[in-house]
Design a protein around this ligand. Structure first.
Ligand code: C2E
Ligand code: CA
Ligand code: CA
Length: 663
């Protein structure tokens, strides 16, 4: 039971009063038996000395009755003492009042008895009565030390009649005793009052201390509750900060910190583990075609499908966009990773269905294993990303594990980047031109300008390599401008009917500034824009469709033509093509590899040709190397072609006719 409920105290004042009463009661309880003992023993002693002189009722029966009452009272008190401690303030006050009344009765009874006994004794016995009364009252006053009112009351009840009585006896000794006792009693009262004040202030300061402690405890409890609340809040924040809200999977931040932790735990005893990065192919088109709601559902579903692969030795996270991350802590060998990757790719190829719509996509995965592929978390992650990039470039929808070969490529690309940064583009870059021919009308439609770089330090570098490096390192913009200026210069020297196709990078069409510079350059060159075709790759357009569409529109308004390059390698849909201001589509040369034997490739080419016809787009097939390929393409209805068969890219001061076999 708490302090407050037991005493039911409201104000600090009543609390103090209650505490004082309780302390008084406690102290008095300890001294009460002593009080009764003094009273009974002293009274018995006086009674015994008067047995012969006083009548029996006064010397035996009255003291016997009074002493018995005292003993009974004492026993009852001792029996109840424990209960009293737990009583309420009101009950305690009532008990104190009863005690006070009892004290008056006792004081009056014993004083009266003593004074009544006095006349029967001889002078010794009379002196005994005086001694008995004075010593008993002094003893009792001592016992009542903590009960100021009771002590004063008892002093008044006993000492006043005692003094008056003995002053009237005309006995000099007894009068002296009476005066002595009176003075001692007064001195005792003074001491008692001082003692009582100290006692009361001690109790008061204890009460205050207890109140302060209770207040402190309450504040501490409040503080603790607040801390618990804050902790919960911060735990929740940490959880949310590490969670991807769409899929419920850990997010990129969590993934990287898990990777860091895994890495730390491995130092000293390197065991193999792998970092995997998964990227969806064709997700952007789902977003563009069906809206972001559909895209979100696909991502949720992908998250669920991937979670099915989880074991205690694996963790999964969404890294952002359509990219997911994997940590695999038990990697017995590369075959294990390949099997896991292929199983994941397989599951991602299954159709996604919602609201009657069916969409298909695929996922590519790149893995990097520790310690072979990287010695730091950042390096491992970078290399897994490189492996993914490699998979997407070369074998979409499959798994690539970072290898020594990749490391060589990275090193080579690093060298290319260094050389490119220090290159004198104007001097080192040249253009080769490759004819694009109309195989029925037998004439060159245009020439595709292809960049060539002869680096003083590295020698000739393949365009596929240096263009990639330039795109990744922000050098592409200045490179495109230098090349376009050279192309326009060449065109100025040619007759006004000769056309040129020029390749633009995804970065060029993704930047309004770059397009602005290109437009200015064409205007300043004096070359008719109608002689120019810009080739943009399908993947380059898809990366940022809206921006690309805007850029192409700007170029188109200038009067140039637009051709969609490498068609079939990405995930362009009919709608994508339809929304772009296109004039031509170039079927990727990948379809030509087995076109003679592969009927599926023939079907694809045929359907793209039909699509172009219905959209009124010119269709160019590139990479034609043999007469057989050309004949099949012709039989499929293709009329415009490009490839080594018609002429390789070459430096051209003047436009060259295509190879004679065709024309
Ligand atoms: P692309 O735009 O698809 O260019 C066609 C590529 O196919 C050229 O490679 C060309 O030499 C090659 N090619 C032409 N006919 C045949 C054939 O019959 N068989 C085979 N196997 N290949 C053939 P190249 O010149 O090495 O260029 C590679 C890529 O580099 C180009 O692919 C283009 O994406 C990029 N590129 C080249 N020049 C430029 C440029 O000036 N600017 C930009 N942004 N990219 C360029
Ligand atoms: Ca091209
Ligand atoms: Ca191409």
């Amino acid at each position: 039971m708490s302090f407050r409920t037991r005493f039911d105290v409201g104000s600090p004042f009543s609390r103090r009063a209650s505490d004082l009463a309780r302390s008084q009661f406690d102290a008095f309880s300890r001294q009460l038996p002593l009080l009764y003992l003094i009273l009974v023993i002293n009274s018995v002693a006086v009674a015994v000395t008067h047995v012969d002189s006083a009548p029996a009722w006064l010397a035996i029966y009255v003291p016997l009755a009074m002493c018995s009452a005292c003993v009974i009272r004492l026993l009852v008190w001792l029996g109840r003492r424990k209960d009293l401690a737990a009583r309420t303030d009101a009950e305690l006050a009532a008990r104190l009042k009863t005690m006070m009344r009892l004290l008056v009765v006792l004081g009056v009874s014993f004083t009266t008895w003593g004074l009544m006994l006095y006349p029967y004794g001889d002078p010794y016995e009379q002196a005994h009565v005086a001694f008995y009364m004075s010593i008993t009252v002094i003893g009792c006053i001592f016992c009542l030390m903590h009960m100021r009112t009771a002590a004063l009351l008892l002093t008044a009840i006993v000492i006043v009649p005692f003094t008056i009585f003995f002053l009237q006896t005309n006995n000099g000794v007894l009068i002296a005793i009476a005066i002595n006792v009176l003075l001692v009693s007064i001195a005792m009262i003074v001491i008692l009052l001082t003692y009582y004040r100290d006692f009361a202030s001690l109790v008061e300061s204890q009460t205050e201390l207890r109140a302060k402690q209770a207040e402190l405890q309450m504040k501490q409890a409040e503080l603790q509750a607040q801390q618990v609340k804050l902790q919960k809040l911060s735990d929740e924040n940490v959880r949310l900060a590490n969670l991807d809200s769409l899929t419920g999977l850990p997010n990129r931040r969590r993934f990287l910190s898990d990777l860091e932790a895994l890495f730390q735990s491995q130092t000293g005893r390197p065991t193999r583990f792998a970092v995997g990065v998964i990227d969806l192919d064709g997700f952007k088109q789902i977003n563009d075609l069906y809206g972001h709601g559909a895209g979100d559902r696909v991502l949720e579903e992908v998250g669920q499908r991937l979670q099915r692969f989880l074991t205690p030795a694996m963790s999964l996270a969404r890294l952002g966009g359509d990219e997911f991350g994997l940590l695999v802590t038990e990697v017995p060998d590369s075959q294990h990773l390949l099997r896991l990757g292929d199983a994941i790719c397989e599951v991602l190829r299954a159709p996604f269905e919602w609201h009657g719509i069916t969409a298909r996509l695929s996922g590519s995965i790149g893995f990097a294993t520790y310690p072979k592929a990287g010695r730091s978390p950042a390096q491992l992650f970078e290399r897994a990303d490189y492996a993914l990039y490699f998979a997407k470039e070369n074998r979409r929808g499959s798994t690539t594990i970072f290898s020594g070969e990749h490391e060589d490529t990275i090193r080579e690309l690093g060298q290319i980047e260094q050389a490119l940064r220090h290159a004198d583009l104007e001097r080192e870059m040249t253009l080769h031109f490759q004819p694009i021919v109309h195989v029925v009308r037998h004439h060159v439609i245009s020439y595709e300008a292809l960049a060539r770089w002869n680096s003083p330090s590295l020698g000739p570098v393949a365009p596929s390599a240096f263009i990639k490096v330039a795109e990744r390192s922000d050098l592409i913009h200045s490179l495109s401008i230098v090349l376009l200026r050279k192309a326009l210069e060449t065109m100025r020297g040619w007759d006004a009917t000769t056309r040129v196709s020029f390749n633009l990078s995804a970065r060029d069409i993704g930047s309004a500034d770059a397009i602005g510079d290109i437009v200015t350059l064409i205007r300043q060159s004096g070359v008719a824009p109608a002689r120019l075709t810009f080739e943009v790759t399908e993947t380059g357009v898809i990366r940022n469709f809206e921006r690309a569409a805007l850029s192409l529109q700007t170029l188109k308004q200038l009067g140039v033509r637009i051709s969609l390059d490498d068609f079939g390698t990405g995930y362009s849909s009919l709608t994508c093509i339809h929304r772009l201001p296109l004039d031509k589509v170039k079927i990727d040369r990948g379809f030509l590899e087995d076109i003679e034997a592969d009927t599926a490739a023939q079907d694809i080419v045929r359907s793209i040709l039909e699509l172009c016809r219905s959209l009124k787009l010119t269709c160019v097939v590139e990479g034609v190397e043999t007469v057989a390929q050309m004949n099949i393409l012709r039989s499929l209805g293709c009329t415009v072609m490009q490839g080594y068969y018609f002429g390789p890219p070459m430096p051209m001061a003047e436009p060259q006719p295509a190879t004679h076999e065709v024309l």
